[in-house]
Design a protein around this ligand. Sequence first.
Ligand code: ZN
Length: 95
Amino acid sequence: MDSERTGRMFDRGSWGNLSLSHGVREDRHIRAVCRCGATAIIDPSHWISEGAGGQPLSSFEDRLRCIPCGARSVPLEIWYRQTRATYQGAIYIFR
Ligand SMILES: [Zn+2]
């Protein structure tokens, strides 16, 4: 595996029924990308600790709210490289 890869690993069109846990590995992170351009790196540890890791990643989109545009669902993607959860001011996460 090329550890230098960056950017999108799986987007909405390619993930199919990928589970939440698929986005939780050392080489990747989960990112919410709203149609308005707002983005946030999501920390899924709370959902994982609830035992929700096997649920489809898409089922968590409705737990997100975009603060800049008010969208009630924000598309999730899996991106290369592990990184800290940041930009959380743009996307509100319902636990
Ligand atoms: Zn938005």
